[in-house]
Ligand binder design. Structure first.
Ligand code: SF4
Ligand code: SF4
Length: 477
């Protein structure tokens, strides 16, 4: 079989594709105002899988703030007090470089992941999609019915029925938004503090309460009205798709080679033999929460929610055609009528993604629990001690990132001498700092230069927790 060039196939099929969609965004009507989308409730294999994935996601989201290690939360992002906890490990401003590397790794991860797997994240893991499609939209279907009933309700004159419906939805949506805002707050200040505030009451915490109401109102606004506009207009990741995706990226895609020319089904004859598999039923358009027609090709609005896959598969089952007219596929494979298989590109990118994740995990797990910084005391040179030895005065600052007190000791590693600490007991309090001064005393004969490099070992019991290199000043020879 002759394998055509990608461009050739697109050119050949282009005549069937209506290009007018490029003139406007589906959520803006001809008058320039918001075209409110009423997507039909999806059903099918992908929707069921996404429901299971979302349930796990939501259970994890609402459970994590209650999980503690040694009395501290598993995750905390306390920007105000600059205290961050990941997987039970406390991070301090001193760990900024880990944040920076972690952030860079995350960005590279996102780019690589998107290049290979498209917007899988949007459909399956983004909190916006999960809360919108799997929480609020489901409640909306339950309260207001499916798309046609919702449309009818919108067009209906205001009456007691509509007021009751709208009021119920506002109350339920705001209540859930309030709960979500509380849990987000728990990720910032910890669940213990949130529960303590709840016990103390509103009068004791008016500022927090008002902030919560404002955040709840923002969530309410997003899920009640703004909806898919977050993905289309606000989300930077969504807007980056144009540069991140290429024709080999796996996305939710319509197989135009198989589907075109589309044509209505004839009741008695079924699909006409001269037509492609698409029967132009628009079922895929009706379920789309961003209001697009995936048959126009990959579009910025598509959040890869898979609703159109399920809708089209159901139609294909009905007309006795193979499933997968809309499927996870790359543009290139569609042009060449191929199916995605595990290939070298996927393997190579996955390997790099694994390496990045492992590097970050190793960095996090091998991070020092205690940081020590030594500087020679300002304005001090060396002293000749009464016993003839040379002495240098240093300052040490220790940071304990653990939840336990850490008693430490120091010793010289590369030269014979003594360390005399001003404060005899060197115990670093938990999650805190400790600072003291100390003398290093070394025999005059061992100091041959004006600056002698010395190595100090900081020990917790027998375990060396830090090695510090500094210089020791002497008179020289
Ligand atoms: S085109 Fe399909 S996958 Fe994309 S947002 Fe619409 S329904 Fe979801
Ligand atoms: S659901 Fe399938 S058959 Fe119907 S219009 Fe969409 S692509 Fe064509």
């Amino acid at each position: 079989m002759e394998v055509k060039d990608f461009k050739e196939v697109v050119e050949e099929k282009k005549e069937f594709l209506d290009q007018s969609f490029r003139d406007s965004v589906a959520t803006i009507n001809n008058q320039g105002s918001r075209n409110y989308i009423f997507p039909k409730k999806p059903k099918g294999r992908f929707y069921n899988l996404r429901t299971i994935a979302s349930l796990i996601y939501l259970i994890v989201f609402f459970t994590l703030p209650f999980v503690k290690i040694d009395g501290e939360p598993l995750f905390l992002f306390n920007v105000v007090e600059r205290k961050f906890i990941f997987f039970g490990q406390i991070f301090w401003p001193q760990d900024f470089f880990i944040f920076a590397i972690g952030f860079l790794t995350f960005m590279v991860f996102i780019i690589f992941f998107t290049v290979v797997f498209g917007r899988v994240f949007c459909g399956w893991a983004c909190p916006q999609t999960i809360f919108m499609e799997m929480v609020f939209r489901r409640i909306e279907y339950w309260l207001d019915g499916d798309a046609s009933e919702q449309r009818k309700l919108k067009e209906m004159q205001w009456n007691a029925y509509k007021i009751r419906k709208r009021a119920t939805k506002v109350v339920v949506f705001y209540f859930i938004s309030f709960i979500i805002a509380n849990f987000f707050l728990a990720y910032v200040i910890g669940m213990d503090d949130v529960l303590a505030m709840v016990k103390q009451g509103i009068a004791a915490n008016p500022v927090t309460f008002v902030s919560l109401l404002v955040f709840s109102a923002v969530f309410f606004f997003v899920y009640y009205w703004f909806r898919e506009q977050v993905c289309i207009v606000v989300c930077p990741y969504g807007r980056l798709q144009g540069v991140l995706l290429d024709k080999k990226s796996i996305v939710v895609a319509y197989d135009y080679v198989r589907g075109e020319p589309r044509g209505k089904i004839k009741k008695e004859k079924g699909p006409l033999p001269e037509n492609g598999d698409c029967i132009d039923c628009a079922a895929c358009v009706r379920v789309c929460p961003t209001g697009i027609d995936i048959r126009n090709g990959t579009q910025l609005e598509c959040v890869n929610c898979t609703a159109c896959i399920d809708a089209c598969n159901a139609i294909m089952d009905n007309i006795g055609r193979d499933r997968g007219l809309i499927r996870y596929e790359s543009e290139e494979n569609i042009a060449h009528s191929k199916k995605t298989r595990f290939n070298w590109r996927i393997a190579a990118y996955s390997f790099v993604l694994l390496l990045l994740t492992t590097a970050l995990a190793v960095m996090l797990l091998t991070r020092d629990d205690v940081d020590a910084r030594v500087v020679r005391t300002a304005g001090q040179m060396f002293q000749t001690l009464p016993d003839g030895r040379i002495g240098n005065l240093y300052n040490i600052k220790l940071v304990n990132k653990t939840r336990k007190e850490v008693p430490v000791r120091m010793q010289l590693e590369n030269i014979k001498g003594d360390i005399e600490i001003v404060q005899k007991n060197m115990t670093v309090p938990k999650e805190s700092y400790f600072q003291t001064s100390f003398f290093v005393k070394i025999n005059r004969q061992l100091i041959e230069k004006r600056k002698t490099p010395i190595v100090l070992g900081v020990y917790q019991g027998d375990k060396k927790i830090e090695t510090i290199k500094t210089t020791f000043l002497g008179p020289g020879l």
